[in-house]
Ligand binder design. Structure first.
Ligand SMILES: *[C@@H]1O[C@H](CO)[C@@H](O)[C@H](O)[C@H]1NC(C)=O
Ligand SMILES: *[C@@H]1O[C@H](CO)[C@@H](O)[C@H](O)[C@H]1NC(C)=O
Ligand SMILES: *[C@@H]1O[C@H](CO)[C@@H](O)[C@H](O)[C@H]1NC(C)=O
Ligand SMILES: *[C@@H]1O[C@H](CO)[C@@H](O)[C@H](O)[C@H]1NC(C)=O
Ligand SMILES: *[C@@H]1O[C@H](CO)[C@@H](O)[C@H](O)[C@H]1NC(C)=O
Ligand SMILES: *[C@@H]1O[C@H](CO)[C@@H](O)[C@H](O)[C@H]1NC(C)=O
Length: 594
């Protein structure tokens, strides 16, 4: 859309400049050469009687029709002193300017910094001493100011250089914090050997540590974590004792669970008929066959590769047990013939017709082909009843693992595995579903744990067929919702990233996404973590259970930073899901577990 009116602006901006031509370019170059002392290599002028600056002048290139100068490359020709205004800054068709490896000093003239067409500016290895200018040509792709003596801080205006792919500022005297900016296209960056301090902004953490070397006061990924507080020996000893107690508790819980399991089996019920008044207080009565009428139109549709061998009749006859009531409907565990166990989700409030429903099922099946996504095995659609059939995960959900009533403590390795697995699952959903495809409901109860203790994302792709966004079924699920969704319903993949960030913080802190009210205010997890980190009580943030493991502080700290990066307020400033995966994998590589 923007592209359609851009050319008009370009034409308008060129209109007053139509008088500029090759002769004005030539004058600007001659003025430059006259004002700036230089070595013998630079011989501009009427050499050999050939006056075409486009063909015979060192370092000059013109447009193909020879009407304007577009490139000036004068590396190592002994240019000395400042660049005077009204010289190179007059070359308003210039695209590339290279003056590297000279003795230029002082500051950069304003006209040079507003050349409308400039794409590449190479000024490395000179003696510039000024502050870095606050404004650069807007379309700059490459900016190299390295190996000078630039001072001051990196101006935050640099964020308006949205097309920047390379930024080199190493070996200067830059100070202050790095502004929190996000460059969408930046591929190479180096700010080594300056005097920068503070934390590395999230958006730059994907660059290697060699991009940040030689700034002793800089911290955060990919360098050392920013925390100052160390976990005390006392805490480690205390948690070791708690750990011992936990083992005893674990045994007790285990025995208790086994006893309960026997009881549960007996309360299972077989159902065929709807019973809308289902008994309260008792074990919830399980029923999902109410509106099912099988005929040629309405069939249980299996996806290819499904290893199940049952039909609708079997499914309806199965003994079923309610295992969850979520925002999209009720979920049952169904056991057929005492052997095959599946999960049946009974959707309420489906708003699309059969054709759209079936299309979405195809998409869900396609994005489900990943070890970290719970695959959809079959579906059923009729006027009154919509059922989805998934695999059953005996280990339950992350929610139960973290906050369940009879939970057992679980260690750092497992938490990281689940976090990375979940991130991979979401990244896969985003990449295979297309740029507008979202999960829409990432939360710990939608992360199932497989037999390898890996995290698997379930409930994928249901948002588009349901009545807009899921109504938050509890304040718990409200805690995962990105701030932009409270203002509009603009759900994007970055909203999933936010929800994942909350989930990661939940894994690290062991706390629910919404805390119980503090002095009457509900506090959400991201804000609570941010406030603790700000007060530099960082180690207090982590789940007490994790404190008895050794040598994981650094890794926890880095994961915490990734989590905080995902929950920043502005969606554009959040990393993409595949970037989150990359960063988490980096943490793992950098600190092999002992
Ligand atoms: C002068 O420039 C023309 C192209 O404009 C080129 O063909 C010619 O060889 C040049 N003459 C000399 C003496 O450099
Ligand atoms: C720039 O370099 C010239 C020549 O080396 C020197 O005389 C002048 O003082 C320098 N100016 C600045 C601002 O450093
Ligand atoms: C200018 O820079 C060169 C290296 O690029 C350095 O050797 C020289 O000392 C610098 N001169 C001044 C006046 O800073
Ligand atoms: C860049 O700065 C570092 C640290 O001062 C120094 O070791 C290195 O030699 C510098 N590189 C150049 C080419 O001046
Ligand atoms: C930088 O990272 C590499 C591996 O990615 C590691 O070997 C090296 O020790 C790191 N250097 C610093 C200064 O952190
Ligand atoms: C950044 O610059 C420093 C100093 O010149 C160099 O040692 C380092 O390898 C560079 N890193 C990258 C990623 O270019």
């Amino acid at each position: 859309m923007c592209e359609t009116y851009l050319p008009i602006i370009v034409i308008l901006s060129l209109l007053p400049l139509t008088y500029a031509d090759l002769s004005s370019d030539k004058k600007a170059l001659l003025d430059f050469a006259a004002a700036v002392p230089h070595g013998p290599k630079l011989k501009w002028g009427n050499n050999n009687g050939n006056t075409s600056i486009c063909t015979s002048w060192v370092g000059i290139k013109c447009t193909s029709d020879g009407t304007r100068v577009i490139t000036v490359r004068l590396p190592a020709v002994g240019l000395t002193g400042p660049i005077p205004p009204n010289t190179l800054g007059e070359l308003d068709a210039l695209r590339v300017l290279s003056l590297r490896s000279n003795y230029l000093n002082g500051s950069l003239p304003n006209d040079l910094l507003s050349l409308p067409s400039l794409r590449s500016l190479f000024l490395q290895h000179n003696n510039f001493t000024s502050n870095i200018p606050a404004f650069f040509p807007h379309h700059l792709h490459i900016l190299d100011l390295s190996f000078n003596s630039f001072t001051g801080s990196i101006p935050s205006n640099i964020q308006y250089l949205t097309r920047l792919t390379r930024l080199y500022l190493q070996n200067n005297s830059l100070s202050g914090a790095i502004p929190d900016v996000t460059f969408l296209k930046l591929k190479h960056m180096n700010i080594s050997y300056n005097k920068l301090k503070g934390s590395i902004p999230f958006s730059l953490q994907t660059f290697p540590n060699s991009s940040f070397l030689g700034n002793p006061s800089l911290c955060g990924l990919p360098l050392r974590p920013c925390s100052k507080k160390k976990i005390t020996l006392w805490a480690i000893v205390a948690f070791a004792i708690v750990g011992g107690v936990a083992v005893i508790l674990l045994v007790v819980i285990f025995v208790f669970c086994c006893l309960r399991k026997v009881g549960t089996d007996e309360t299972r019920v077989q159902i065929r008929k709807p019973n809308p008044t289902g008994g309260r207080g008792d074990k919830p009565r399980a029923e999902y066959g109410g509106g099912v009428v099988e005929n040629d139109e309405n069939k249980l549709v299996f996806f290819e590769g499904s290893c199940y061998n049952f039909d609708l009749e079997d499914l309806l006859r199965a003994s079923a047990e309610v295992i969850g009531k979520g925002s999209f409907g009720t979920t049952y565990k169904a056991v057929m013939g005492g052997l095959t166990t599946v999960v049946v989700k009974r959707l309420n409030q489906v708003v699309v017709n059969k054709k759209d429903f079936e299309q979405q099922m195809e998409v869900i099946e396609r994005v489900g082909q990943h070890q970290n996504v719970v695959p959809l095995r079959a579906f059923f659609y009729s006027e009154d009843e919509k059922l989805l059939v998934y695999d059953y995960y005996a280990a339950g959900s992350l929610m139960a693992l973290l906050h369940g009533a009879d939970r057992i403590p679980f260690d750092w390795e497992t938490r990281v595995k689940i976090a990375v697995g979940t991130a991979r699952g979401i990244a896969h959903i985003h990449s295979t579903g297309g740029p507008t495809f979202t999960h829409g409901n990432i939360k710990s109860s939608n992360i199932l744990i497989d037999q390898d203790m890996d995290g698997c994302v379930t409930d994928t792709g249901l948002v588009p067929i349901m009545n807009s966004l899921p109504a938050p079924s509890s304040s718990q699920s409200l805690g995962y919702r990105a701030p932009e969704l409270f203002e509009n319903q603009n759900y994007s993949q970055k909203s999933d990233v936010y929800s994942f960030g909350v989930l990661l913080l939940e894994l690290l802190t062991g706390k629910q996404p919404i805390q119980s009210p503090v002095r009457g205010h509900m506090v959400d997890l991201p804000r609570w973590v941010q406030s603790v980190v700000r007060e530099e009580w960082t180690s207090e943030v982590f789940d007490d259970e994790l404190m008895r493991f050794h040598n994981i502080e650094e890794e926890m700290m880095q994961m915490l930073q990734i989590g905080l990066g995902c929950v920043v307020r502005v969606p554009e400033n959040r990393p993409a899901m595949y970037e989150v995966v990359g960063m988490m994998e980096q943490v793992r590589i950098r600190s092999p577990s002992d």
